[in-house]
Design a protein around this ligand. Structure first.
Ligand code: NAD
Length: 456
């Protein structure tokens, strides 16, 4: 399998991919490894994750460079991702004992009856991952899964393979056995071969289309399936905000990671009374973004990781133009080596356009004027997705009222494109099923076992 730098088009590595036979062997090894790992005291499993954290700190800059070279993410953003990862690991290290401890939920002295819940590991899990934030979306699964006593068959995206292999090496060096954290390398066909193994859970991060396929395949085996999928995340800007500050915050939420974030702002609704002022502040912000060599510390817009995404972006631009949208900046593929698309802003958009309905996953956004809160809520909910949604206003009550009516896993007041390890990360509709992060996202890798204990 060739690893290509999306910023230059150069082949940077050639790696042997797994096939159906090696995937099966890896599954069998992990099944045996898990039985031993589950018997390792949880304190020792936590120690291994703490050592993994130390290795990330020690190798921080080299890991950032590897990530940037294979996904085209600006180097500062690669470093930010690694820093954020440390915070997530800290959360799991601090909270897992409490989340996984045995609970006594009832004690009846007269009847000599005791009721308890323990959290048993699921067993062997498949962790099929995306490339856009490989450290985040991977660790949300494998860190709590390993702490809870599972073995993990980890398939990084074919676009983040080198990062996936670095993760495996660091975990192994930290004391997680090779048959407990097992990297599986390859593309969709390898992922499909992995999902066919008789695992005890499939934890997938990626697109709705692939997620639907995985859910269908797993349903006959009654395997636990969690799907963290795409989004078409809206933000609504009320007329009472500081326009410049809101425009700057939302532009960052839309274009950070070159728009290739599941929770990137993908649609903006603005109260009509401030529409023009907001749009001019927003476009000024976007025109200030520096696009260029992802290895340069001052770069903000990097490469488009997957080449086919350029066609999708071109199609959304053409469709929006044809239906009457006005292009204010960008709109084109950048010619030359690698995959590049200009930061793009449209106004005069509506929901007949793919730009406002289908996930773009790139540096492109539409801004639509709305008359009032009711119209904004209707438009925010006019989507099959439901990952995140935000509102910008100085009025806390108004924000609560609006966000209470929005159908999505996470809601934001005066912020966007944000994930916290302390809060559950989940989606509604085509954005997925199940969750990661928070104490729920630790227990997600366990099976609650019910103990009915009558003492003589
Ligand atoms: P993708 O669906 O193309 O691939 C995801 C993973 O699935 C990869 O490892 C791929 O090799 C594998 N795969 C592909 N076909 C498969 C099959 N038939 N069976 C098993 N595995 C298969 O998605 P992507 O391009 O890597 O990621 C982008 C998508 O992920 C976007 O839609 C984005 O919104 C979403 N995403 C969601 C979250 C979230 O937390 N909700 C986070 C990051 C990304």
């Amino acid at each position: 399998m060739k690893i290509v730098n999306p910023a230059t088009g150069a082949v940077i590595a050639d790696i042997a991919a797994d096939n159906a036979a090696t995937v099966k062997r890896k599954y069998e090894a992990a099944r045996a490894g898990q039985r031993r790992w589950a018997k390792v005291p949880i304190g020792k499993r936590l120690d291994a994750i703490a050592r993994f954290r130390e290795r990330i700190v020690a190798m921080h800059d080299a890991l950032a460079r590897t990530l940037t070279s294979e996904v085209g993410k600006p180097i500062r953003q690669s470093k930010n991702e690694l820093n954020g990862l440390l915070g997530r690991i800290d959360f799991f290290l601090a909270e897992s004992l409490r989340a996984l401890r045995e609970q006594r939920v009832h004690a009846d002295v007269k009847q000599h009856m005791d009721e308890r819940i323990t959290h048993e590991p699921l067993g062997v899990i498949a962790n099929i991952s995306a490339w856009n934030y490989p450290y985040f979306v991977g660790s949300n699964v494998f860190v709590p899964a390993l702490i809870a006593g599972n073995a993990v068959l980890y398939k990084p995206s074919e676009f983040a393979t080198l990062t996936g292999l670095s993760i495996a090496e660091m975990l192994h060096d930290a004391g997680v056995p090779r048959d407990v954290f097992v990297p599986v390398v390859g593309n969709g066909a390898t992922g499909a071969a992995l999902a066919r193994q008789p695992v005890d859970g499939v934890f997938f991060t990626g697109s709705y289309a692939t997620g639907a396929r995985i859910a269908a395949a797993a349903s006959r085996r009654m395997t636990k399936v969690q799907l963290e999928l795409g989004g078409k995340d809206p933000v609504y800007v009320c007329e009472d905000v500081d326009v410049k500050a809101a425009a700057a915050g939302i532009a960052d939420g839309a274009f950070y990671n070159t728009g290739q974030s599941c929770c990137a702002v993908e649609r903006i609704y603005v109260h009509e009374s401030i529409h023009d002022a907001f749009v001019s502040a927003f476009v000024a912000e976007v025109k200030g973004f520096k696009m260029g060599d992802p290895m340069d510390e001052s770069t903000y817009i990097g490469a488009i990781t997957r080449r086919p995404q350029l066609d999708l972006l071109k199609k959304q631009v053409a469709d929006a133009k044809k239906k009457g949208a006005k292009l204010l900046t960008g709109g084109s593929v950048v010619r030359g080596k690698g995959n590049w698309f200009e930061p793009t802003v449209f106004v005069d958009v509506d929901h007949s356009m793919a730009l406002m309905k289908d996930e773009s996953f790139g540096p492109i956004i539409g801004i639509e004027a709305v008359a009032d809160d009711e119209a904004a809520v209707d438009l925010m909910n006019d989507t099959d997705y439901g990952l995140t949604a935000g509102v910008y206003t100085t009025d806390a009550k108004r924000a609560r009222r609006i966000l209470g009516q929005v159908r999505s896993g996470s809601v934001y007041w005066n912020c966007c494109d944000r994930v916290s390890p302390r809060l559950p990360w989940s989606g509604v509709g085509h954005s997925g099923i199940g969750l990661t992060l928070s104490t729920y996202g630790i227990q997600a890798f366990t099976r609650p076992k019910a103990w009915h204990l009558r003492s003589p």
